[in-house]
Design a protein around this ligand. Structure first.
Ligand SMILES: NC(=O)c1ccc[n+]([C@@H]2O[C@H](COP(=O)([O-])OP(=O)(O)OC[C@H]3O[C@@H](n4cnc5c(N)ncnc54)[C@H](O)[C@@H]3O)[C@@H](O)[C@H]2O)c1
Length: 262
């Protein structure tokens, strides 16, 4: 997508999984990509890998749940590039735990990263875009858990439901400045995070078979599947799309219920 060439893009949580896949597709299209992720080891590794592949990439250590960290990351991008065109709020964690055992510390961890993090990054990027009068696109990586969910996911489902609601409000608030805001809601996506979750189950092979059977497409998503729609939402091709959310889940969430009888 030629129009993404030289765009200044910030991807949070770009050290792994979906975020890394999104950052890589932007970089392949010639964008200048900032990898705003929490851990030095993964941030430096991805930066090195991208630069060695001939891409423009820069790692900035960032904790999205910490206001000062977010503020200084955005200030640094602004100082180096003078503009920010695209923000992808991808950083996220999960704690799947019974509500009978979950603590307020667990709640704070999930909400501060998955919901407050989206608020903070969007706030400071939007502020920068408004002050510098540059139009832009914000894309929030939510989850199909914002629509339908499972037992023991209260904290995660609340955060992702909140992300979708906040997406709609931000789209309305920021439209007057030429800033579009949308969310992408992945279902099962093949990342280390997913593999670790699956691996911790009693019978991972059986569960994986069951998961695949629940998909109309017969497969789970890849980070590239998510990256393609994110790049579309960042481009002018989606110029009249704002305040929307997009499921990328192979039809999983469309199913009313599962039965082997039909
Ligand atoms: N993998 C899936 O099946 C799936 C499904 C639906 C939604 N999602 C969402 O997609 C996003 C990415 O998930 P993933 O599977 O790639 O996860 P992952 O664990 O593989 O990667 C998450 C990245 O975010 C970083 N990160 C964590 N906390 C951070 C913080 N406070 N500040 C900055 N960076 C931080 C991690 O270091 C890592 O680089 C998340 O928002 C997740 O909720 C994933």
């Amino acid at each position: 997508m030629d129009e993404l060439k030289d765009k200044v893009v910030v991807v949070t949580g770009a050290g792994n999984g979906i975020g890394k896949g999104i950052a890589e597709l932007f970089a392949r299209y010639g964008a200048k990509v900032f990898l705003a992720t929490k851990y030095d080891e993964e941030g430096s590794r991805v930066e090195k890998e991208f630069v060695e592949s001939g891409f423009w990439a820069k790692y900035i250590q960032t904790d999205v749940s910490d206001e000062e960290s977010v503020r200084s990351m955005i200030a640094e991008v602004g100082k180096v590039m003078g503009r920010i065109d695209v923000l992808v709020n991808n950083a996220g964690i999960t704690i799947f735990k019974s509500i009978l055992e979950a603590t307020t510390a667990d709640w704070d961890k999930v909400i501060n990263t998955d919901l407050k993090g989206v608020f903070l990054c969007s706030k400071y990027v939007a502020e920068h875009m408004v002050v510098h009068k540059n139009k832009g696109s914000i894309i929030n990586i939510s989850s199909n858990h914002a629509y339908r969910t499972l037992p023991d996911t209260e904290m995660y489902a609340a955060a992702k439901g909140g992300v979708n609601a906040m997406t709609r409000s931000m789209a309305i608030s920021l439209g007057q400045y030429g800033i579009r805001v949308n969310s992408v809601c992945p279902g099962f996506t093949d990342t280390n995070h997913y593999q670790n979750w699956l691996g911790a189950k009693e019978n991972p092979q059986l569960l994986e078979r069951e998961i695949l059977d629940l998909h109309a497409s017969g497969r789970i998503s890849t980070p590239e599947d998510i990256a393609h729609i994110v790049c579309f939402l960042a481009s002018d091709k989606s110029g009249n799309i704002t305040g929307s959310d997009f499921l990328v889940d192979g039809g999983l969430t469309s199913r009313l219920y599962y039965s082997d009888k039909f």
